[in-house]
Write a protein that binds this ligand. Sequence first.
Ligand code: COA
Length: 178
Amino acid sequence: MEDLIIRGEKPEDHGAIRSLIVETFRAAYGTGDLEADLVERLRDQSAFGINISLVALQNDLLVGHVFFSGVHIAEHPDIAACALAPLCVSQPLQRLGIGSILTQRGLSACQDAGYKAAVVQGSPAYYGRFGFSPIGQFHLRTVFLSEYDMALALDDGALDAVSGLVDYPAPWDALRDE
Ligand SMILES: CC(C)(COP(=O)(O)OP(=O)(O)OC[C@H]1O[C@@H](n2cnc3c(N)ncnc32)[C@H](O)[C@@H]1OP(=O)(O)O)[C@@H](O)C(=O)NCCC(=O)NCCS
């Protein structure tokens, strides 16, 4: 897509990121504050691993955002894993590939940062295209017990001998109660 810039978030993006998350998640699911609060709480702590936050800009306007943060696989503290959430693209610009670019760039930044695996809760039809598979295929499980739980090995074979509970840090508790 022409004129699209993808870069890491800067502190001055925080307000626009919040507005975009609220607007897109409210339109899609009637939520928004929940996901925006999650990002803000995760920004304040990175006990489970570093955060990766990318924005998409078009004509200086923030039109997309993706956030990755650390999670633990309970029985395998040696495997650095991250969760993708949230991902959003400004409504008028959806279905033009921006979400895919943000996801792909984000996954590659996670790989560069040393993450060996990623998890996401989302549509298998959407995240399948980036290589995510249902979490049960990796003998993993989450407290969300959702059919939308998916996982991806960022290093080939990184999840082959891995099983157990994916442990999310406290900021995720609000989503768990939903
Ligand atoms: C999901 C979202 C980020 C996708 O961004 P995007 O820039 O529109 O995505 P892309 O253009 O890269 O991909 C579009 C494709 O994804 C599909 N798609 C978009 N949202 C989808 C969804 N919720 N479930 C399944 N498929 C979806 C489209 O049908 C399209 O498929 P096609 O390529 O076969 O035509 C965007 O629609 C959005 O912000 N939605 C509201 C927030 C949200 O649901 N976030 C994800 C939560 S896990």
